[in-house]
Ligand binder design. Structure first.
Ligand SMILES: [Zn+2]
Length: 258
């Protein structure tokens, strides 16, 4: 029943927010959203303007996909960058959840063309090609504050994700790096989006250590990253394991709260 699904989505979204904060993927900034199960083509769920580590189910607000405005005009203030979410949901019907984050581990890969490919099976969802880099200066000139401030900015970013219906395939692009800003990633479900965010950050950390071992970023190109078949097969295996990771991350939150 949609109402049960809605209650479950509020709980999962607040847990997902706190898991991302616990892993250092988001800090005072960054956000995670999912489609509203009551009306998934019209609305999405995203917290009010609040640090992700503090989000509780009652902080989640319903937003319109059409223009990123609140369904209820009396809702509390939202994140400035919520057009990231609305425009991706508007353009890509198979996206069920989105994480936008400024992880310092991921930022370097948006600044110059260092390969950002899967170094191990847990990051196979990235696919065998490096993700696109969104450079706000390309579309909006050299004089912005780097933020996605409106639907025009959001639409430009959203256009770099793979068109439907390829999201479950590794020929898709679930991740877009954002120069001088961070990254945004998509998934068909909320738990999978959180899973992907954790392993995107781990992949970045492993690549950074590989770069040191290899004698510099220019040598990373020689690494034997996962090929397309390995990505496809590994992704299929991992898709059944998301719940296992989610449960341990929730337990970590509970233990940290003691
Ligand atoms: Zn941002």
């Amino acid at each position: 029943m949609a109402l049960d699904d809605y209650t479950e989505a509020l709980e999962a979204l607040s847990l997902g927010s706190r898991i991302l904060a616990h892993h250092g993927i988001v800090d005072g900034f960054g956000h995670v959203s999912c489609r509203d199960p009551r009306a998934p083509t019209q609305y999405f769920l995203l917290s009010r303007n609040l640090a992700p580590a503090l989000v509780k189910p009652e902080d989640i607000v319903t937003w319109r996909i059409a223009d990123a405005e609140p369904a209820d005009p009396n809702s509390p203030r939202g994140f400035l960058e919520r057009c990231i979410h609305s425009e991706i949901y508007r353009q890509h019907e198979d996206v069920g959840a989105i994480v936008h984050f400024h992880s310092p581990d991921v930022i370097p890969f948006g600044l110059m063309p260092i390969p950002f490919k899967p170094v191990y099976h847990m990051a196979s969802f990235l696919g065998s090609d490096s993700p696109p880099i969104f450079d706000i200066a390309d579309s909006f000139g050299p004089s912005t504050d780097m933020l996605i401030r409106n639907t025009t900015h959001g639409a430009a970013l959203a256009s770099l994700f793979t068109p439907t219906p390829a999201l479950e395939s590794t020929s898709s692009r679930p991740l877009v790096l954002m120069r001088g800003h961070g990254a945004t990633l998509t998934a068909p479900s909320l738990k999978l989006a959180v899973f992907r965010a954790v392993y995107t950050q781990d992949n970045a950390r492993i690549l950074a250590s590989l770069s040191i071992l290899a004698g510099g970023a220019s040598n990373v190109e020689r690494a034997r990253f996962l090929n397309k078949d390995e990505c496809d097969q590994s992704m299929a295996t991992n898709s059944g394991q998301v719940e296992r990771a989610w449960n341990v991350w929730v337990k970590e939150l509970e233990d940290a709260a003691k």
